[in-house]
Ligand binder design. Structure first.
Ligand SMILES: [Ca+2]
Ligand SMILES: [Ca+2]
Length: 135
């Protein structure tokens, strides 16, 4: 996976390359969040992630990010009692609390409102996961 992330093949991962990888996974953390992650894993202070650092620390964190996304999708599926791929605001709250995500109501309202294009109080959870990861 290291080679796939290292777009310019210089043997180290830059902030830019990390951000691009997260986006390609359908996740969209802030530049700052990725920067913090980079700083945390950058054991030799080079401002890049070399392979050793990737192997020691970063890989686990990336795996966790992908797992979290998958967990979220599974959680939505579990709560989708009708099996029609839609979710209500109440269900969304329950699912996200269950997934251990700390989200405040205002933020939740905002993303739900944003997703619920026709204002019928129902959104599709596939769109929802994409939206949460994007925000
Ligand atoms: Ca690179
Ligand atoms: Ca480094």
């Amino acid at each position: 996976m290291f080679d796939a992330i290292d777009a310019d093949k210089d043997g180290r991962l830059s902030l830019e390359e990390l951000v691009r990888w997260y986006r390609s996974m359908g996740l969209n953390p802030t530049q700052e969040a990725v920067k913090n992650l980079l700083d945390e894993c950058d054991a030799n202070g080079s401002t890049y992630i070399e392979f050793e650092e990737y192997k020691d620390k970063l890989k686990t964190r990336m795996d966790e990010a992908v797992d979290e996304r998958n967990t979220l999708m599974d959680a939505f599926r579990t709560f989708d009692k009708k099996g029609d791929g839609t979710i209500s605001y109440l269900m969304l709250r329950t699912v996200l609390s269950g997934a251990g995500d700390v989200l405040d109501d205002a933020f939740l309202n905002e993303i739900f409102h944003d997703m619920d294009v026709n204002r019928d109080g129902i959104i599709t959870y596939k769109d929802m996961v994409g939206k949460i990861c994007k925000t």
